[in-house]
Ligand binder design. Sequence first.
Ligand code: GCW
Length: 611
Amino acid sequence: MKTYTAWLPFLKEVPPRGLETAELAAWELEQGLRGLDCGLSGRCAVDGTMPEEAYRLERDGETCLVTGGRIGVLYGVYALLRALALGQALPEGVQRPFYPARMINCWDNADGSIERGYAGRSLWFEGGAVRYDPDRLLELARLMASVGLNVLCLNNVNVRDPAERLIEDWLPKLRELAALFRPFGIRLMVSVDFAQPMLHGIPTADPLDERVAAWWRERARDIWTQIPDLYGFLVKADSEHRPGPFTYGRSHAEGANMLARAIAPYGGKLVWRAFVYNCLQDWRDQTTDRPCAAYDTYVPLDGQFDANVILQVKNGPFDFQVREPVSPTLLKMAHTSLALEFQLAQEYTGQQIDIYAMAPLFREVFDEVPPEKVQAVAAVSNFGRDGNYFGHPFAAANLFSFGCFAWDPASEPGETMAAWAGLTYPSCARTLTEEILLPSREIYEQYTAPLGLCWMVNPNHHYGPNPMGYEFQSWGTYHRASRDAVGIDRTGAGTGYAAQYPPAMRARYENPETCPDRLLLFFHRLPYSFVMRDGRTLIQRIYDDHFEGAERVEKMAEILRTLPLPQPDRDTALARMEKQLANAREWRDVVNTFFWRFSGVPDAHGRKIYD
Ligand code: GCW
C-alpha cells in the first residue's frame, strides 16, 4: 500500500513487515531501481568485516553493487538510489556516519496529542493507548533510515500522564514497535519520569535512596529482557515543573548516574537534558539571566557523569528562538558526553505554516561548535499523522537535512536542500531551493525578530507577534524595550553571560562593533540612535528588516504560485502561504508600530507605520 513517499517517490510500495535488514535492503534496492526506471540492476551484500553502519558503493557497467555492515548495507541502498535519482556520481570509498547516535525525540502524549506538534496527532498513541497503522510506521522508519537517523524516542519528555507507562504496562507494545523499527537500524528510546518510583508506593525519588535505585534496576532488567537493543532513557528533570534531584538536595550528576547505573549492564544510555532554568523568575529581578542557567548548573559537574550518560544541550542558551548564539555549555564540557539538540518542530519558527528551512541553522551551529565537541545529535520531531507526515510538505526538508548533518556535520545547506528538492520535486528543484528554501530562515527572521530580539511571540502557543507577551512573565525572557533603548546587556557590565564563552568569542560578542548584527540585541542594550556598521540607525534597521521581510514573503508567494508542484502538495503549500503572508504583515505592522510608539522616530522612507 502506498501512503506518502515524501523524498522517496521511487519507493512506491511499503516494505513488508518482519524482514531482516539485509532482506529489507535487497527489497528496497529492487523496488527502487524499478521505480527509477533507469535500466540498471543492483546487488547488495553484507560484509561482516565492515563497521556496522558503514557502506561502499560500486558500479560495474550496468550493475550497481552495495556492500555494507549489518545496517550500512541498507544505508548504502538508499544512498545509491538517491545518487541515481539525482544523477550524481557515486561517493567514493567507505562511507560512515560522524556521530554514532542520530536521534529523534518525539513529544507525543498518550492521549494522541503532540506537544508543539504541527503535523497532526501522534502516529503511535491515541486515547491513552498505543495504537498505530503499521504501514505508516514502516514508511516513517524508511524516511528516517534513508537519511541515517537511528534512534527514536517515542514519548514526550514531559511525562505528564501517569498512564503513559511505556516501560511498565505497555511493554509488550513497546516490544512490537521496536520490532517494527529494528530492521531499519532504528533503536527506540523512552522518556521516563524521574519520580516514577513514587507511583509504586516508594515514598521518595531521592536518587541516593537505595529503594529508588533498586526499583529502577528491577525495571531495567524487565525492559531490556524484552527489548535488548532499547537505546536508553531520556530525562527532563528539574525543568518546567518536572521532578528531579534538586528536590532532595542532590546534584544532576547524582540523579543521572543513579539511572545510568541501573541501565548500564544492558548497554543502555541515559540521555539527560540540560534544559534547566528558573521558570518562576520575578521579572523585576534583573540579576538572574536565563541564558546563564545551563552553564551554571552543568559546567561545575563536568567529569562527574558516568560513561553512559549523555548530556543533551539545546543549540542555544534560551529555547529554539529564531536566532540565538550557540550554547556555551557545548563548548565547555570536555569531560562529559554531549548531545546537541535541535527542534525540527517549528514552535517559534512558523509552526509548519511559514516556510523555514533549517539547513542554514545547522551549518551556522556547526561553524561555531566544532563537530567533535559533541558526541551525538538529537532533534525534536516535526512529524505526525497528517497525510504527508509534516503538515507543510516543505517541512520534510528539515528532517531530511537534519539527517544529512547528523551523518556529516560538514554538509552544506545548498547541497542538502538541492538534494531534497531534487528528489521531491525534480521539475522545479532549483527555483525552490534557491528562491524559497535557502533564504526562508533569513526572511522569517527579518519579519519577526531580527537583530537577536527574542520572545516577541504570543505566550503559550508561540505563533504570531506579541512584543510585550513575555515582558512581565516568570519565564526569564525579556527584551526590555523602552522609550530610548532595547536589548539586554549581557557583557561584563551587564549580566555577565558573555563571559561563559571562550575568550575570542567573548571578545567578539562583547563589543557592539564586532558583535554580528544578527545577535546585537541579544548581547547589548542599545539606544535606537545607535549607528550600525552599515550606517543605519538601530531603529531604522528594525523598521527596514520588517518591511523587507514582509516584501520578500510577497515575492516568495509569487514564485511559489508559478511552481509546478504535484497535488495535493501544491494546494497545501499555497493555502499555507496565504497564512504566512498574513502572519508576515501582522508581524511587520505590530513590531514597527510598537517601536514607533515607544521611540517616536519616524521611518526614514515614510512607509506606513500605524499610530
Ligand atoms: O520550548 C519549550 C516548549 C515546551 C517543551 C520545552 C522542552 C517539552 O515550549 O513545550 O516541553 O521547551 O524543551 O522541554
